[in-house]
Design a protein around this ligand. Structure first.
Ligand code: XBP
Ligand code: MG
Length: 254
């Protein structure tokens, strides 16, 4: 039986609840700045999350909700510059400190670090979004806590394809059976499972009604000693919150 050597974390929805009050707001600010009358409501954004990646999400929105849209320039570079403005607004929101890490995230990462567990990130979002979140919400040197930060356009296909997890595994030089992944979405779970990783799901407002039956454990949050998690599926034994001992137990179980 392989030893557990690394924890690999998704970012949006898993480390922090970034989508509704972060990414969505940043997209809307970029649209307004560009003189567009597009407004992504909380409900509409839930539907748009089906498509991962901000540039891909804008293209999907144009195709589905705005035809026939006549872009002011070539579509791809125009979307790229609109998306760059969105990234600027998103980082500004993070710098305002309005989006904290989810319960238990910092505690688990600190525990894993002290125990010598290797840490990695596998996300669809833009690399500078990840570093800004880690530096503002985790620790000023938070990026250095992760051996591999696999993010954005570095792989051919975004989640639900397994590419980003396979990339992280390759950089870690580890096999999937030596790692445990943390995700929040069906697209993320498909990606991590596709790379052969056992996966823990922490649900959020946008993902709580989805099917996660193939996950090793589904909880509402990682939880804290004084704020226990709720187990939605799988077994957490006697645990009331997610710690490294539970990660080891899940990793060992078939
Ligand atoms: C979530 C996503 C991302 C963000 C937007 O990624 O789908 O697209 O919503 O990020 P994950 P960008 O859960 O894998 O972290 O606009 O920077 O693409
Ligand atoms: Mg996610």
């Amino acid at each position: 039986m392989a030893q557990l050597r690394a924890l690999i974390f998704d970012v949006d929805g898993t480390l922090a609840d970034t989508e509704r009050d972060g990414h969505r707001v940043a997209f809307n600010r970029a649209f307004a700045e560009a003189g567009l009358d597009w407004e992504w409501s909380i409900d509409l954004y839930g539907k748009l999350l089906e498509v991962t990646g901000g540039k891909e999400r804008i293209l999907f929105y144009i195709d589905t909700y705005q035809p026939p849209f006549d872009p002011p320039a070539d579509l791809k570079p125009w979307i790229a510059s609109l998306h760059a403005a969105k990234t600027r607004h998103y980082k500004q929101l993070l710098n305002e400190g309005i989006i904290p890490l989810r319960p238990g995230v910092k505690r688990l990462i600190e525990e894993a670090r002290s125990a010598g567990m290797r840490l990695a990130i596998a996300t669809t979002t833009t690399p500078e979004n990840v570093s800004t979140l880690l530096e503002t919400a985790l620790a000023p040197d938070g990026c250095d806590w992760f051996e591999v930060i696999a993010a954005g356009d570095i792989v051919p296909q975004k989640k639900p394809a397994p590419d980003i997890y396979l990339y992280a595994l390759e950089k870690l030089n580890l096999k999937p059976e030596e790692c445990l992944a943390f995700e929040d979405s069906p697209q993320g779970l498909k990606s991590s499972l596709g790379a052969g990783l056992k996966t823990v799901i922490t649900l959020n407002g946008y993902t709580r009604d989805h099917d996660f039956s193939n996950a090793s454990l589904v909880v509402d949050q990682l939880g804290e000693a004084d704020a226990p998690f709720q187990v939605l599926s799988g077994s957490a034994g006697e645990a009331h919150y997610f710690d490294l001992a539970l990660a080891q137990t899940l990793h060992r179980s078939s």
